[in-house]
Design a protein around this ligand. Structure first.
Ligand SMILES: Nc1ncnc2c1ncn2[C@@H]1O[C@H](COP(=O)(O)OP(=O)(O)OP(=O)(O)O)[C@@H](O)[C@H]1O
Ligand SMILES: [Mg+2]
Length: 516
């Protein structure tokens, strides 16, 4: 096993005018394939100690696979990885951890039914003799929580009682406790609000100032440019560029990621004043926090819902769709009062209402089935009115939507769980779009989705609204709401607190969203 935090110094005359640089990580010709898919091809670059290096690329570019190799979760087919000058001779998580690598995976990996300190020490408890030293673990955990800005959380709190943002910070505390010198963060801000993200980015800069090396993955390029010393661009498993962040322009990064220029959608906003309501929500109550929420969605409008994480936007939408049964209030769909609000009733209604949930992976996909099956099952369920559905028709739908959303897979027969995180999300979107809803509720539709596909989803939203589909867009990205919405409602603490229809600006939304 290598020694932890061992330093390796090499001289690079050209870059440092003869000075020493400490290299934390060196990758040479790293390749990895999965059943014929080249996830990584001959990746070579190195990262200096005490720097933040961001890895960017489209969904499926190979970012997570590369991070998993460094963290010992995947062995590369060929190539070498050196950590602080020592070549990894084993690709196991324990070897990588002992070398000083800590990873926060793309998907949260905490156990909800356990306490914060139990999660943090899972797999490497502090022992006193042969017994667990709970007191010492709780104490050390408290220190780490303080370091990540969670000083107000008890080490004994249950993970399930924490917000997503807090859980994300606990994950970081976990790698700090393990004394990682190289921290890998795979899309840590994808489910955080802009405020929580800024706090996390500040923390990363502080950790860097303390000498930690950080490998950072995000689809939010503004963040990447803000915090990185250097940026690595991957495309289709290939290494494209490694350069100082200050040398790269936003547009250049996108072009390198996508291989071509990406245009911003040119969305025409509507004046919704005279439009009829297609959905009217009256005094809806959804446990635990939504009390008497009332709003109208007009036909063909894009209605945004802004608010901080935890403001209750997803809860309200789950109530409107019937995933969580409302405890009071009513819902009128195209003039017809709906008595039993259930997902099946909403999907089978004459005016079809669909929700693409925030929690897509758990709620939206059938694992063990192919990409094509996942899309086709939904289409089949909601278009079957007795008689036969032609297989050819289903295949057309699968082709149309997997193409529209640029789902990256070897074929639509590929198992959905083998797709990259972002591509799994696109499958859920494709499923729902294939049902051709009249009302579409999109809860964070572009979270974790790359710039090219994001522009594509923006175009789809704009196009659907032009075709008369009424859309509710819940998003933590205020720029997305400002770009696409005809009207925005702002929620705070379970209530709708403001409505904006003319000057929809990021600062105005943020001002309303923050509770006094
Ligand atoms: N266990 C696996 N089995 C088969 N294929 C896989 C597996 N893991 C990853 N892949 C494939 O490798 C490629 C790279 O995936 P990876 O998860 O590294 O992408 P990514 O850049 O992290 O994308 P995202 O931004 O969507 O998270 C994808 O084509 C994916 O389908
Ligand atoms: Mg990934």
């Amino acid at each position: 096993m290598p020694k932890k935090n061992q330093k390796y110094v090499y001289k690079n005359e050209e870059e440092t005018n003869g000075g020493d640089i400490v290299v934390a990580l060196e990758l040479k010709d790293v390749s990895k394939s999965f059943a014929g898919i080249h996830a990584l091809k001959d990746i070579t670059f190195s990262v200096e100690a005490g720097q933040i290096c961001s890895i960017v690329g489209e969904n499926g570019a190979g970012k997570s696979t590369l991070m998993r190799v460094i963290a010992g979760a995947h062995a590369p087919d060929t190539g070498t990885v050196k950590i602080c000058g020592k070549q990894m001779t084993e690709f196991t998580p324990s070897y990588a951890q002992a070398s000083g690598v800590g990873i926060v995976y793309q998907e949260l990996s905490l156990i909800p039914e356990m306490s914060v300190y139990e999660n943090i020490y899972l797999g490497h408890p502090i022992l006193r003799g042969i017994l667990y030293d709970h007191k010492a673990m709780a104490e050390k955990c408290r220190e780490a929580l303080g370091e990540v800005g969670l000083g107000n959380i008890s080490p004994h709190s249950m993970i399930k009682d924490l917000s997503v943002a807090q859980q994300q910070l606990v994950e970081i505390a976990r790698v700090l406790v393990a004394e990682a010198s190289i921290l890998i963060m795979d899309e840590p801000t994808s489910s955080l609000s802009e405020q929580d993200s800024s706090r996390l980015l500040r923390l990363l800069t502080e950790l860097k100032d303390k000498g930690k090396t950080i490998l950072y993955i995000s689809h939010r390029l503004n963040e990447v440019q803000q915090i990185s010393d250097t940026i690595v661009v991957l495309r289709d498993g290939n290494f494209i560029e490694h350069n100082l962040a200050k040398n790269l322009k936003h547009r250049e990064i996108i072009e390198m990621m996508v291989g071509k220029a990406v245009d911003r959608v040119d969305h025409m906003k509507k004046d919704t004043t005279g439009l009829p309501a297609i959905l009217s929500v009256q005094n809806l109550c959804v446990k635990p926090r939504i009390k008497n929420a009332s709003f109208e969605l007009k036909k063909g409008e894009v209605l945004g819902f802004a608010g901080l994480v935890g403001a209750g936007r997803s809860e309200l939408m789950r109530g409107v769709f019937g995933v969580d049964k409302p405890t009071g209030g009513s819902l009128v769909l195209n003039g017809k009062k709906i008595r039993h609000i259930t997902p099946a009733a909403m999907l089978k209604n004459e005016t079809r209402l669909c929700l693409v949930p925030e929690n897509r992976k758990e709620e939206g996909l059938i694992f063990g089935k192919s990409v094509g099956e996942n899309i086709a099952i939904t289409y089949r369920n909601f278009n079957y009115k007795g008689g036969l559905i032609k297989k050819g028709l289903e295949d057309d739908v699968v082709r149309e939507y997997s193409g529209k959303l640029q789902i990256k897979c070897s074929s639509t027969d590929q198992c959905v769980e083998d797709l990259s995180g972002g591509n799994q999300q696109k499958v859920v979107l494709a499923k729902m779009l294939s049902t051709k809803p009249d009302i579409l509720i999109l809860d964070e539709p572009t979270r974790g989705i790359d710039v090219g596909a994001k522009a594509e989803i923006h175009k789809i939203i704009s196009q659907l609204s032009k075709e008369g589909v009424s859309i509710i867009l819940v998003s933590s990205e205020l720029s997305e709401l400002a770009l696409l919405c005809d009207r925005v409602l702002v929620m705070s603490d379970g209530k709708i607190v403001a409505e904006m229809d003319r000057e929809i600006t990021e600062s105005a939304m943020l001002k309303e969203a923050i509770p006094c």
